[in-house]
Design a protein around this ligand. Structure first.
Ligand code: SF4
Length: 344
């Protein structure tokens, strides 16, 4: 056992609450059983880091409606297909004759659109700073190759405003495990204003269990200090990936965005710039986040107000086989990860 592992196991100071805001961290923490090697005084909480989970109901409804329109095909990653809108998921729409296709990369839509020029292909552009550059590259490639039948329905989010929301409205967080993939694009310096405003440390972390444990150790030791610590220097720099930032800024601009459980947060999204409005499939004003199951507590789980176990449906009426909310559908969702890995 290393010195920092022993410290984390035997820590008997003030209770510490640390939040991870990355679906991949949530999955790795759950899968590796990290919580079980920590002192009971160190509590890990999942935050709004799963892009599918934070996507609001009316966005799904819009995708469902588009899939049922003549000459429209909705293209999406697999996770999103099972998330219900107010009454139907994209899989339900497909069963009713809607045109829905699953892909593994947004770039796959180029081939589809080229092969069927009579159809409009609408990509469900969901994600954080990590995936937005890929959507920008998709549009760049569509323009270069003259493919005109691709549209995006955007629900793109950015991390700092939602962390700000959590600090201002939820409180009680002593440190953030900052998302490694997002930081590759944005740079670790993005978290500095938040760290200073709230005097909360941020540790940019890799995804191996040892990297996560080291980040937790750093956060506990720096509690109360507004530090940003880049503990993933093999992939993350202070300023991030300038080329990716450039292509994003060419096609997208900051806009208000709706988050499940948090409502509309100012300047927390990325929308297509006006000059690229021709690519937009009607992304504005999709703000309703009422769950299909009124007893689903995803909204509270996503903000760290409760843990998945505290939802009365968890593990009984809601499992990955019969999910009642987005947090149990996505493999990055807290409920899914807590359930399949028996995380306490
Ligand atoms: S356990 Fe299911 S119903 Fe409960 S909050 Fe999670 S997704 Fe929603």
């Amino acid at each position: 056992m290393t010195e920092y592992q022993a410290y984390l196991k035997n820590y008997d100071g003030e209770p510490v609450r640390l939040m991870e805001v990355c679906g991949t961290h949530t999955a790795e923490i759950s899968h590796s059983g990290i919580a079980s090697v920590l002192s009971p005084n160190i509590r890990l909480i999942s935050g709004p880091g799963c892009p599918v989970c934070v996507t609001v109901t009316s966005y799904i409804d819009r995708l469902v409606a588009l899939s049922l329109e003549p000459n429209h095909v909705v293209v999406s990653f697999g996770d999103l297909l099972r998330v219900k809108g107010s009454s139907q998921s994209l899989n339900d729409a497909k069963a009713l004759g809607g045109q829905v296709r699953m892909v593994y990369s947004p770039m796959d839509v180029l081939k589809l659109a080229d092969a069927e020029p009579e159809q409009i292909f609408v990509f469900a552009a969901v994600g954080f700073e990590t995936t937005t550059p890929v959507y920008a590259l998709l549009l760049e490639e569509a323009q270069k190759t003259g493919i005109q039948n691709i549209r995006l329905l955007t629900s793109l989010k950015t991390m700092p405003p939602v962390i700000d929301w959590v600090c201002a409205n939820q409180g009680g967080i002593d440190g953030f495990l900052a998302p490694g993939h997002v930081s590759v694009i944005t740079g670790s310096s993005m978290f500095e204003p938040l760290a200073q405003t709230y005097s909360i440390p941020f540790a940019v972390s890799g995804f191996e269990p040892q990297q996560i444990l080291l980040s937790i150790y750093a956060l506990v030791r720096r509690r109360g200090k507004g530090d940003v610590m880049n503990l993933y220097p093999s992939a993350v720099t202070a300023e991030g990936n300038k080329a990716a930032q450039r292509v994003v800024n060419q096609y997208f601009e900051s806009c208000d965005a709706a988050w499940r459980g948090m409502g509309v947060i100012a300047e927390s999204g990325m929308c297509l710039r006006a000059e690229y409005a021709e690519f937009d499939a009607g992304s504005m004003n999709l703000t309703d986040d009422r769950s299909a199951n009124p007893n689903c507590r995803c909204a509270k789980v996503l903000t760290g107000a409760i843990s998945p176990h505290e939802c009365p449906l968890f593990g009984s009426q809601c499992t990955p086989q019969i999910p009642q909310g987005a947090c149990m559908v996505s493999t990055e969702g807290s409920c899914y990860q807590y359930y399949v890995n028996h995380r306490k």
